[in-house]
Design a protein around this ligand. Structure first.
Ligand SMILES: [Zn+2]
Length: 677
């Protein structure tokens, strides 16, 4: 029962602040927490509910209606004024990564709606999270479709479910918190932006602090109740402060000069759109309220910008969000000045000298430890100072090729490569699939629940029984659940096309690499037109690299491909194993999207012990996992070894020579493309 107390988590000042500001002002839009495993980020998020104020709800309402302002569309409503109410603690609801759509938005029983005329609706997790916290651990692995539903609900404050014209809606306002480990793949950039704030969580580097983490954990594990008791005062102190800040929030003033600072900071960091300004302003107001101030100052803007802007900066796709502190201070100080003026002394209005002062209080600094521990709290922001000083902001260190990478050769129209069998993935234009759209190929008895009703087939099924069921002349058709038929559609699905590209020395003959890049680019273009998701693993030198996490952005893929350096040994096995890891993670994230692995290689493997056998072993693992592969054989020259063919055998896949990729003879398709362009 006793979770690890929020206030007992050591360090993590930024995360603490991000969560608390959202608790004060849910309009900020939630927090995305990025960090490696084992940083106690989940512990802290899970501790949040305990310091949130209790909520008063209409008794018996499964949708947590506020008695003072019940939801007019509440499926359990309408609630009469003065209905009985109960007070309960705020909830933290966890959305598991593998959850179904029904589990998230609720299940609408279409059979009962049609046969009994009642809206039978089983609320989902969004209903449970209303007026509380919705927590998604590993949000980057969540099925894209669920992410969309989730973010729509978060943006609208409403959950909407519709099946065959029967619909239900209810309020769903919650504090959305996601955690992710960037090593397991980034979030799609457009989703990243939908989170109000982002926070980097890192395990403390300071030895004293690390010791304290362990000490508290041991104490908690030995006696959770006793430990919680010792932190009760700190917890209720935080809870009271949140209540006070919420009460103060509507009265906090945002002076014009400070608002100008918000705009100036957002402009300086080259963020997209105005959403950043809005979130920064909201977070700054919440920060002022949290500090008990009635007016927003530069310190509030600074604290808000650090959380609201890193993930909104324009940057190379899939580069990690970050914000340079000095740049931030310059932007804050520069607000209101004409950028061309000489940097005069700081006499420019209220914001002037304040950034300096902003390093002070961080909310909920660890309260005095129950034991008299010498070292005062490790300082509000122990982590951000160090790296800002030492790590130069240079993009991607190392990886500088000796020669500029080979430019991609001409692009052409490619043959359709497809995954055999019939899938059930999202609509697209690649492999055969049973889909929600596409042409109707027939009707069938539904499985556990009918998705799309096939009305004529349902009537035909019901017709023979009308007399037996006692249908009155002129009366309506009498339907029973067993009559229902659902439509069967067939169309094409989109897939995940994962390119595994050999960038080693054996491929590095310049002309050859150009042709290879041109071919992969052609395949990418094709994938875009077929609405596939694409990803790219490359291997060369000492290992394999995830050059592009799965994305719908073909531009990102093309950019990575053009800049791809080549040379070194050929760790083919490492490339295939990396691909296998990625596909495993993707299967969790998007289980119905079938992968197509396109291995671009001459089949050679070097480096390590027994490189060829390792490569064939890795290929066998992929085949055993049911991954369908196409090997594009790039071998050229007078002497052919046919290594790629053997590898295609181990993969159980299809072999195509580079020249065979084109849908029509090469010259022909180049001409067609030029005409289209
Ligand atoms: Zn209600």
């Amino acid at each position: 029962m006793n979770g690890f107390p929020f206030s007992a988590v050591v360090g993590m000042a930024e995360l603490r602040l991000g969560l608390v500001l959202n608790a004060v002002s849910p309009g900020i839009g939630g927090v995305l927490v990025r960090g490696e495993k084992g940083t106690a980020k989940s512990t802290m998020v899970r501790g949040l509910a305990a310091i949130l104020p209790d909520v008063e709800v209409v008794a018996g309402c499964r949708f947590s209606c506020d008695p003072a302002d019940p939801d007019p569309s509440c499926p359990d409503g309408p609630h009469e004024a003065g209905a009985a109410s109960v007070t309960r603690p705020a909830r933290l609801v966890e959305l598991p990564v593998g959850a179904s759509e029904d589990r998230l938005v609720g299940a609408l029983d279409i059979e009962r709606a049609l046969t009994e005329g009642v809206k039978a609706y089983e609320p989902g997790l969004l209903a449970a999270a209303h007026r509380g916290v919705l927590y998604v651990d590993e949000v980057n692995l969540l099925h894209d479709h669920l992410v969309d539903l989730l973010l729509d609900a978060a943006a609208l404050g409403t959950c909407y479910v519709e099946r065959d014209g029967v619909s239900v809606r209810h309020a769903a306002r919650f504090l959305l918190v996601g955690t992710m480990n960037p090593e397991e793949g980034e979030l799609r950039p457009q989703l990243l932006d939908r989170f109000g704030l982002t926070v980097e969580a890192a395990a403390p580097r300071d030895a004293g602090q690390r010791g304290e983490v362990v000490r508290r954990r041991l104490a908690y594990d030995a006696d959770p109740a006793g430990f919680a008791g010792r932190w009760r005062q700190a917890e209720s102190g935080l809870a009271e402060r949140i209540v006070a800040a919420r009460a103060l929030l509507p009265d906090v003033v945002l002076p014009d000069a400070t608002l100008r600072q918000v705009a100036s900071v957002c402009a300086a960091f080259d963020v997209d759109g105005l959403r950043a300004d809005l979130v920064t302003a909201r977070a700054a107001i919440a920060h002022a309220a949290w500090e008990g101030r009635g007016e927003v100052t530069a310190a509030d803007v600074r604290a808000a910008a650090r959380l609201a802007l890193p993930h909104r900066r324009r940057r190379q796709p899939f580069d990690a969000p970050q914000l340079d502190e000095e740049e931030l201070d310059r932007a804050l100080a520069g607000a209101g000045e004409d950028p061309d003026d000489d940097p005069g002394p700081g006499d420019d209005g209220p914001g002037g000298g304040e950034p300096e002062a902003s390093h002070e209080t961080t909310p909920g600094q660890d309260p005095p430890s129950p034991r008299a521990e010498a070292a005062p709290d490790p300082g509000p922001d122990g982590q951000p100072q160090g790296p800002a000083a030492e790590a130069p902001a240079q993009p991607r260190p190392g990886a500088a090729p000796a020669r500029p990478p080979a430019a991609p050769g001409p692009v052409f129209r490619v043959k359709r490569l497809e995954v055999p069998g019939t899938g059930t993935g999202a609509a697209g234009r690649r492999s055969r699939a049973r889909t929600d759209s596409g042409h109707v190929t027939g009707a069938q008895r539904p499985g556990d629940r009918a998705a799309r009703i096939h009305v004529p087939a349902t009537f035909v099924a019901a017709a023979p029984y009308q007399v037996a069921r006692g249908r009155a002349p002129g009366g309506g058709l009498l339907l029973r659940p067993g009559d229902l038929r659902e439509a069967r559609h067939e169309g094409r699905e989109s897939n995940l096309v994962l390119f595994v590209v050999d960038a080693s020395g054996s491929m590095a003959a310049r002309a050859r690499m150009s042709a290879v890049k041109g071919a992969v680019l052609s395949l990418l273009l094709d994938a875009y037109q077929r609405r596939d998701k694409v990803g790219m693993v490359t291997f060369r030198g000492s290992g394999a690299e995830l050059a592009l996490p799965p994305t719908f952005s073909v531009e990102a893929a093309a950019a990575r491909l053009s800049a791809l350096p080549t040379g070194g040994r050929t760790p083919l096995a490492a490339g295939l194993l990396r691909a296998g890891d990625l596909l495993r993670a993707e299967r969790i994230r998007d289980p119905r999207r079938r992968p197509l692995l396109v291995l671009v290689t001459d089949g050679r493997a070097t480096g390590g012990a027994d490189p060829v056998a390792s490569a064939h072993r890795a290929a066998g693992l992929l085949a055993a996992a049911g991954v369908h592969s196409v090997v594009v054989d790039c071998e050229s020259g007078p002497v052919r070894l046919g290594l790629a063919g053997a590898l295609a055998g181990s993969l159980g896949g299809v072999l195509l020579r580079l020249e065979e990729l084109a849908a029509a003879p090469l010259a022909e398709s180049v001409r067609v493309l030029k005409e289209v362009a």
